[in-house]
Design a protein around this ligand. Sequence first.
Ligand SMILES: Cc1ncc(COP(=O)(O)O)c(C=O)c1O
Length: 449
Amino acid sequence: MYADRTRLASLWNDELALFEKLHPRSRALWERAVPHMPDGVPMLWMAKWPGPWPVYVESAAGAHFRDVDGIDHVDFCLGDTGAMCGHAPPASVAAISAQLAKGSTFMLPTSDAADAAELLEERFGLPSWQFTLSATDANRSLIRYAREVTGRPKILVIDHCYHGTVDEAYANLDDGQVVARRGNIGPPVALDWTTVVVPFNDVRALEKALLKLDVAAVLIEPAMTNIGIVLPDEGWHDQVRDLCTETSTLLIIDETHTLCAGPGGMTLRDDLEPDAVVVGKAIAGGIPAGAFGMTAEFAERVRSSLDLEDIDVGGVGGTLAGNPVSMAGIRATLGEVLTAEAYPGMIDRASEWTAGVQAALEEFRVPWQVTQLGARSEYSFLPRPPRTGAEAADADDFELQQYLHLHALNRGVLMTPFHNMALMCPVTTSRDVQRHTVAFREAVQSLFG
Ligand SMILES: Cc1ncc(COP(=O)(O)O)c(C=O)c1O
């Protein structure tokens, strides 16, 4: 916990004044929007950016965007992974634009669908793919399928996980009890009806839970990325796989964020063996697309449980899901942008970013840690890397985080608003990273110098 709150309040006020001076045009646009949208934003969480109003974007390319006040920013948020391919990657834009001009929604497939499925199979080793408009919807679809084919009622998730706006996954542990996570808006039923929760890296808790044989599927990120980064212990994934197999529980690995670890996420990198994989966000170059892949066996169980006559009303689908523009976007983005060749550079940039943060922490003897996962890195206000979501959550300090993010924003560096995460895209440069290194050192000095 950062103790000097008086200093923090004063630093915050200085940054606020600077932000207001730098962003008059954004302010005017926001004031126009306020009467028409709650907090003046198209989605309420956009109000969470630090500062009294959001920065409005004029245009973006690669790792940068320019705001309406003419200020250039290095973007380490990258749409919270939606733009991990970089903004407006030329190959994706060309494929998406070409398909848009040829029609964007038919409820019929185009040849890009097979290309997209083949590319995903090559990366994740799973043969059977379906497409949605978001990773959330991919998770929701798999949860339904898992319940359907196993006949079991519950889903097991990790304490402090995030898998999109999936009802079942909005659960936490409180003193060993499954409860709605803080801020869960209008849960439809008590969370312990639908969900079992265990801490990350806790094999015994997982075993105890699965042995009750009421869990249809375990839904996990291979490393936690939404409460800071929490890496798996050695052997955790082997144990998860074995316990799922022993208890006939399906294993769903959500690679939406961990696609930062490599071209096939941690599934490919670490030889994981899920029954299903979820991806989304960046896979179509920044336009809506999600996908889930299944083993042949799981896919066959799903298919044989569904009658053709009812296939459109089963609760899995969406009119625009699998549309040809998303398919063109996936084909081009996986085929030409987020390629295996792009990853080493992205990971090197993340290593440079991590080293920059580490150097400032050491210089000013700050008891925080920084953890890297492929092209993603994140610092947290903890002396050691966390092993569970609860440990990571306990170190949260919203005011401190808001200050650090506003300080960075005022120096042309955009961080993810929800935590202290930075992500690299294929065209992020060492110079871009240096901009963060300089700004972060200055912020740390202001707090601890
Ligand atoms: C691991 C994970 N899965 C799924 C999602 C949901 O993605 P979307 O909001 O694009 O549906 C997120 C979003 O942050 C995520 O982090």
